[in-house]
Design a protein around this ligand. Structure first.
Ligand code: HEM
Length: 347
């Protein structure tokens, strides 16, 4: 990956009230992920959407779109006015949050953040960093509109499901330290976790995801018992993720994060669609294998991963992503933006 493309991923669109993500596939560079920050309501979390462009003039990876219309310029002015006057009150989150001042995204902030991530997040820590994102953000619940990406994971480290999370938190805290005395010093822990996870995906060869910045950190833990058990059936996982605002498609896409790490879905530090290919091949249930081989294969994946391969609604997307890595990258990028934006309070 060229450093220009890499820097582009964290560089903001000049003057545009939009936050854009660009997903790249390995065959071409034709898919963009766009999450639009609401230009008129600084307190709302932005909606995520995916666009698939077949136009040869589609923006290249990392190339931000620029606001050109009068409407965009007016929206930008409205956002700036709102940002200068409003301190956004916390949403209905049970964790209390503190908002100091409005966050204005600038190229200087993006560049400082990028530099700190490059210096502190190494490939071998990428899986742990990405897992940390899920543990911080996976607490979101639609019904109560609380939890979500707010840095509260640092108060939740003694919970049973948090085993091993310090491995991912280390590089994130080192990045926070490196940001002191830089233009990005005001970035929240939640922002740095979200950006570090996106960088971890990019570093291991996955899509380039441009995360929105400006989250407010919680000052206490999120409610307990919100992380999924690894024994969930496919149906239970769909119900679990629906409570967290995810469709089956989004759930299967974001589950592809397990393609990196030590669970045996291809190379541990290569973000690709091996997760889905392995789920379809089901090596743990291959009758032609010897007992020893089956024993080995039984260590691949969690029970919850394997259950996606036998759950008809999930299997539809497992098949799609096994066939089309570009589609996986695109959907993963969109689901990642959703995961890291839902429930967040914005400055
Ligand atoms: C039903 C859903 C999920 C369950 C039960 C689950 C559970 C787990 C468990 C138990 C591990 C540790 C495995 C080990 O070290 O032996 C793990 C690793 C991991 N999880 Fe999940 N997870 C789920 C969904 C997700 C999602 C949505 C993400 C998205 C960010 C994610 C990202 C990761 C990553 C990247 C690792 C590898 C960490 C490493 O190797 O250091 N997981 N997961």
């Amino acid at each position: 990956m060229s450093s220009a493309a890499a820097v582009g991923a964290l560089a903001p669109p000049r003057g545009a009230p939009r936050v854009l993500g660009v997903a790249r596939d390995r065959r071409g560079s034709r898919r963009a992920v766009a999450a639009r920050a609401s230009s008129s309501d600084a307190s709302s979390s932005s909606s995520s959407s995916t666009t698939r462009s077949s136009s040869p003039t589609a923006p290249s990876p990392g190339t931000p779109r620029v606001a050109t219309s009068r409407r965009d310029v007016l929206a930008l002015a409205a956002t700036a006015l709102l940002a200068s006057k409003t301190l956004v009150a916390p949403s209905s989150s049970t964790a209390s949050v503190t908002a100091s001042s409005a966050f204005v995204d600038t190229p200087e902030i993006r560049a400082a953040l990028r530099e700190a991530l490059v210096a502190n997040v190494v490939k071998t820590k990428a899986p742990a960093v990405l897992r940390l994102v899920f543990h911080d953000a996976g607490t979101y619940r639609v019904a109560s509109n609380d939890g979500g990406m707010n840095g509260s994971v640092k108060y939740e480290l003694s919970r049973p499901e948090s085993f091993g999370l310090k491995r991912g938190l280390g590089p994130v805290l080192a990045t926070m330290d490196a940001l002191r005395d830089t233009p990005a010093a005001a970035a929240s822990l939640a922002d740095v976790i979200a950006a570090a996870g996106a960088y971890a995906v990019e570093l291991t060869g996955g899509p380039i995801i441009r995360v929105r910045l400006g989250r407010v950190d919680a000052v206490s833990a999120d409610p307990e018992n919100r992380m999924p058990a690894e024994t969930l059936t496919g149906e239970e996982q769909r119900a679990h993720f629906a409570r967290a605002g995810f469709s089956t498609r989004e759930m299967v896409a974001i589950a592809g994060a397990h393609t990196i790490g030590g669970k045996g879905f291809g190379e541990p530090y290569v973000f690709d669609n091996e997760y889905y290919k392995t789920l379809l091949a089901r090596p743990w249930a291959d009758a032609t294998k010897s007992k020893e081989e089956l024993d080995m294969a039984s260590h691949i994946g969690l029970t919850s991963d394997k259950n996606l391969a036998t759950d008809e609604p999930s299997l539809e997307y497992v098949r799609k992503y096994a066939e089309d890595q570009g589609l996986f990258f695109e959907d993963f990028g969109a689901a990642y933006l959703k995961l890291t934006e839902q429930g967040a309070t914005w400055r």
